[in-house]
Design a protein around this ligand. Structure first.
Ligand SMILES: [Zn+2]
Length: 128
């Protein structure tokens, strides 16, 4: 039923109005926490893995290592906490402040100040 109803909607509407933020899937491994779908998250958000890794490491106060498609956090991190940080990252560095779409890119400016530039509406905002 649901499948049929969706097929009728134009694809563009779906893509814009149904931006579903990726959900982090973690796995505890001894004293480490593995973020299993790290690469998928980066691809979905179109962000450099190093940028997200650095952000999470700083916010969670644990060292992080990128291991192929996974991210290894050297500490115990609850999935709920990780997802909170991830959604903070998305609102600060991914979603346009003006139109709320995720079609943005991060541009490095002078003095290490990064700007979030929206490809949909052209808005620019400093990313902190
Ligand atoms: Zn925008």
């Amino acid at each position: 039923m649901l499948k049929k109803a969706r097929a009728v909607l134009p694809e563009k509407t779906l893509a814009f109005e149904r931006f579903e933020p990726p959900v982090a899937e973690t796995q505890l491994q001894g004293s480490k926490t593995i973020l299993r779908n790290f690469e998928v998250i980066c691809q979905k958000l179109r962000r450099d893995p190093a940028t997200l890794s650095k952000y999470l490491s700083k916010e969670l106060a644990v060292p992080a290592t990128i291991d192929g498609s996974k991210l290894i956090l050297h500490g115990k991190v609850f999935e709920r906490v990780l997802n909170e940080k991830l959604s903070n990252f998305i609102s600060a560095y991914v979603v346009c402040k003006e139109c709320k779409r995720p079609d943005t890119k991060l541009v490095d400016g002078p003095h290490g100040i990064r700007t979030l530039v929206c490809e949909a509406c052209g808005a620019r905002a400093p990313a902190r």
